[in-house]
Write a protein that binds this ligand. Structure first.
Ligand code: NAP
Ligand code: MG
Length: 497
């Protein structure tokens, strides 16, 4: 097995990164062990079957490590550990104690931010600039925010008695591995639940490192358990009779399967699923700013973003102007080594995802759409796909309807506000939307009429732990963040006056 030695990482980060990673001399920037076990009951152990999966660096295809693949027996052990920790320690822990530990976890994550950023980029392929400036800080912010709620739940839920649910199974995707772990763990722990977390097959490493910090922070063993593996591991967690709640973030297809599997069982569920967000630009918008928003909306994290602004709707009168500016901006995007801090678009997370993206774009061409890609070179090794704009769209094409989950933007025009809203809403999803206009009344009217869980105006992809995030329709149900996000992890009963 080939691993990525620290010196190679250092070379790829470049000398300009020396101040960002001060530990280049004599110490690994990030120590990746050749193998990792499951984290169950505060101890690391191999899968009972001995099975492992290899996680790779998608920017090179090189193996990073072997990770245990949990089967039903391991999931059973993890749920048992979580149950024991819930009943013996965590449920009755003083709220201020929970608060303190979640706060400590946030501090530890901050202390090791650089290591987490490099590891996230190596394992998943996202640009280091994003891991460093978005993923890790936002993950820490989520823990800080929820540490504050842990001993104030009675104020968050006035008139209600708030009790933890018990053992929570949490299943997360590969696009924001650390951030999704934080969005899941922080509210669950603050509310007094214990957790069995299932990271995605291609990106398990930051969740495992986080589990080490959970231990270091002093959480009782078994409060957080991590079962790595593939889809079957997630499925075993859903099927386990000992979980009180499942929190799932992932594709709409798998989410629907989970909904079916839980039908008739006394298990709470929240689903954060796919999206096909509309990004609407009016003729009075500041066009250069809108272009930046559009670029961020679809090329951030290679477009592996549930709330990506993947459908650009532009008012006809400015369409040529806007698209000209957008094409010129796309020429400037650097696609390449995710560890290079100047990279704008990193590696596609897996070969399977790369194949899926190619198929969507080839299908669009076959259906008569026009495809524009900048003429810049992209690396020949590893998994890469260029920023792509698809025009000549009628609306019924697959690429116009389905979530591509890659750096691919579709473009349509509209004339009136009503037409923009009708187009934006003609999707089975309902996660995000963006509006670009100088007119406040128009923003309010659109925000009221767009069927999306999150609507941004003159900005895009803004996240804040205090702001509830989540979808409607086939984008799922339940919220993460804010006071509303706590409700997903509490049993609420009215208190008599
Ligand atoms: P996915 O295939 O649905 O996988 C999500 C997670 O579920 C992974 O850990 C996966 O394991 C696991 N899984 C797969 N099959 C399962 C099954 N039958 N039962 C239980 N768990 C199972 O989605 P993905 O491709 O990783 O992620 C991309 C999707 O997530 C996109 O649709 C995106 O829009 C959505 N997403 C939504 C949000 C949101 O907040 N709404 C945020 C981020 C992403 P393996 O990976 O190991 O197969
Ligand atoms: Mg990987």
């Amino acid at each position: 097995m080939t691993t990525t030695p620290a010196r190679d990482v250092a070379a790829r980060l470049g000398e300009t990164f020396a101040d960002y990673v001060p530990s280049l001399e004599g110490r690994d920037i990030v120590a990746i062990r050749p193998s990792y076990g499951l984290m169950i009951g505060g101890r690391e152990r191999p899968a009972e079957s001995g099975a492992t999966i290899t996680t790779i660096d998608p920017s090179t295809g090189a193996a990073l490590s072997e990770v245990a693949e949990a089967g039903p027996a391991d999931v059973d052990a993890a749920v048992d550990a979580a149950r024991g920790a819930f009943e013996r320690r965590w449920r009755d822990a003083a709220p201020r104690e929970r608060s303190k530990l979640v706060f400590r976890l946030a501090r530890l994550l901050q202390d090791r931010a650089r290591e987490f950023a490099v590891l996230e980029t190596l394992d998943g392929g996202k640009p280091i600039r994003e891991s460093r400036d978005v993923d890790v800080p936002l993950a820490a912010a989520h823990f800080f925010y929820h540490a504050g709620w842990a001993d104030k739940l009675q104020y968050a839920m006035p008139g209600m008695r708030a009790r933890p649910l018990g053992v929570v199974g949490q299943i997360i995707p590969w696009n924001f591995p650390l951030m999704m772990a934080a969005w899941k763990l922080a509210p669950a722990l603050a509310c007094g639940n214990t957790v069995v977390l299932k990271p995605a097959e291609t990106t398990p490493l930051t969740a495992l490192l986080l589990a080490e910090l959970v231990d270091e922070a002093g959480f009782p063993p078994g409060v957080v358990n991590v079962v790595t593996g593939a889809g079957a591991t997630g499925s075993a967690l859903v099927d386990h009779r000992g979980v009180d709640k499942i929190a799932f973030t992932g594709s709409t297809g798998v989410g629907k399967g989970i909904l079916r599997a839980l039908a008739g069982r006394d298990v709470r569920l929240t689903l954060e699923l796919g999206g096909k967000g509309a990004h609407i630009v009016f003729d009075d918008a500041a066009l250069d700013q809108a272009v930046e928003g559009i670029v961020d909306g679809i090329f951030f994290n290679q477009g592996h973003v549930c709330c990506a602004g993947s459908r650009l709707l532009v008012q006809e009168s400015v369409a040529d102007d806007l698209l000209g500016r957008l094409r010129r901006r796309m020429e400037l995007l650097r696609v390449g080594d995710p560890l290079d801090k100047n990279t704008d678009v990193g590696a596609i997370n897996s070969h399977a995802q790369l194949v899926r993206i190619r198929e969507y774009v080839e299908g669009a061409v076959a259906e008569g759409c026009a495809v524009h890609q900048p003429q810049r070179e992209i690396p020949s090794q590893g998994f890469y796909y260029p920023p792509t704009m698809v025009t000549d769209i009628g609306g019924s094409e697959r690429i116009a309807r389905e979530e591509v989950f890659g750096p691919v933007l579709t473009v349509q025009t509209f004339r009136t506000e009503a037409e923009a809203v009708a187009r934006a809403n003609s999707t089975r999803y309902g996660l995000s939307a963006g509006i670009w206009t100088e007119k406040g009344s128009r923003i309010l009217w659109l925000a009221n009429n767009l069927r999306a869980g999150v609507v941004w105006a003159n900005t895009f992809n803004q996240f804040d732990p205090s702001s509830p995030f989540g979808g409607i329709r086939e984008s799922g149900f339940g919220r993460e963040g804010g006071r509303q996000g706590l409700e997903a992890y509490l049993e609420l009963t009215p208190v008599r006056p």
